[in-house]
Design a protein. Structure first.
Length: 123
């Protein structure tokens, strides 16, 4: 699926499919973090079962409003004790399938929101 903003953003998801996303013309097939500023970082999380409080503590960044978590092909729910570090810092968390997370991330950055996309790419 291809995504197009009215005004192209250098920090948006341009296209996605099962197990991949395209950012700034580059295809990514690994789990990754994408900041609202456009920084793409490989993410050591390889699957949903790797998620724990320590993983979410590492995502706590000053000024961040929201983490959008793409949980792979299916929407999966996380127990609040796992993402408690985000709660303590006042950072919201939304979980959804990875495809929905990509679309939501694009909308939020187009609104100027301080958001981080945490995308699990399971193979």
């Amino acid at each position: 699926m291809k995504f197009h903003a009215e005004t192209p953003l250098n920090n948006s998801i341009e296209a996605s499919g099962e197990g991949w996303v395209q950012i700034a013309g580059q295809r990514h097939e690994e789990s990754l973090l994408l900041s609202h500023g456009g920084e793409v970082t490989p993410w050591a999380v390889r699957g949903f079962d790797d998620l724990n409080a320590g993983v979410f503590a590492d995502l706590c960044v000053a000024g961040l409003e929201l983490v959008v978590l793409g949980t792979g092909t299916q929407h999966r729910f996380i127990h609040p004790k796992q993402f408690h570090p985000l709660i303590e810092k006042g950072i919201g968390l939304e979980t959804m399938s990875s495809a929905a997370a990509c679309r939501t991330y694009n909308v939020l950055i187009s609104e100027g929101r301080k958001v981080l996309l945490a995308l699990i790419q399971e193979h």
